[in-house]
Ligand binder design. Structure first.
Ligand code: PEP
Length: 257
């Protein structure tokens, strides 16, 4: 399949940071990598209270800001929720949707993930839709069944003809464990995901960026990113270290070249 050339590096800061720590991290990233390469998008996703700070800290750069979650509604009586329109208004361009930690600790399910993806798109955000199996699902040979179910739920809401999205394959057993999936596993699952989407829309599938997340570090990034169906990474722990994040970014530029 003819593939879109743009690649992505998305940093998920999870529930880490403070005004001072965020400023230091962004200064670190920007001093390491003053000019970004248009072939590789860089996005940082801090917790909600720091989105405005990050929008300000990145405003004269090409670094995008994303949220780690959004409501599936645009407005209304939803106490404690945050509308995608609100984060868009303060300078956010992306939204991580369906992260496994939200599925695990907040009980988010496939249907909610699809509705959140649609709300994010309706607000003008690019959703980073996460799918991935647990260790138990992989060990019992159900990886493809699970990925297909999660994907179909999300894509039931997405208009492939014109929506702009990023898909992230994040096996749960690799997130935060220090044990990344092998490049061969990542390639096999990305290929499966692309083929599954091609059943709905071949052109969209060919252009869709599919990024990998799960214990990506400087030591394994280039092996994983050089696989043909891998279009970048969703990075947790290593995104909190400016030098490491930028080194991974540079690996991606080299591969994109
Ligand atoms: C993540 O939070 O999406 C993630 C991939 O985390 P880590 O890189 O720490 O495994």
């Amino acid at each position: 399949m003819q593939k879109m050339q743009k690649k992505w590096l998305v940093g998920n800061w999870k529930m880490h940071g403070s005004l001072a720590a965020n400023k230091a991290l962004m200064e670190g990233i920007r001093s390491e990598q003053p000019t970004l390469d248009e072939r590789v998008g860089m996005v940082v996703c801090p917790p909600f209270p720091y989105l405005a700070q990050l929008a300000e800290l990145t405003k004269d750069s090409q670094i995008g800001v994303g949220t780690q979650n959004v409501s599936d509604h645009l407005q209304g009586a939803f106490t404690g929720e945050v509308s995608p329109l609100m984060v868009k208004e303060i300078g956010c361009g992306y939204a991580i949707i369906g992260h496994s930690e939200r599925r695990q600790y907040q009980g988010e399910n496939d249907g909610l993930m699809g509705r959140k993806a649609l709300a994010a798109i309706d607000a003008g955000l690019i959703p980073v839709i996460c799918v991935g199996e647990t260790a138990e699902e992989r060990d019992s040979g159900r990886t493809h069944e699970v990925l297909a179910r999660q994907l179909d739920a999300a894509f039931g809401y997405i208009r492939t003809a014109h929506d702009n999205i990023i898909l992230a394959y994040e096996p749960r057993w690799a997130i935060g464990t220090g044990i990344a999936a092998t490049p061969e596993i990542v390639q096999a699952e990305h290929e499966f995901l692309r083929q599954r989407i091609a059943i709905r829309d071949k052109d969209f599938a060919a252009k869709l960026p599919i990024i990998y997340g799960g214990s990506v570090k400087v030591s394994n990034a280039s092996y994983i990113f050089s696989m043909p169906d891998v279009d970048g990474g969703l990075i947790g722990g290593a995104a909190l270290n400016a030098r490491e994040f930028v080194t991974i970014y540079r690996e991606l530029i080299e591969i994109a070249g």
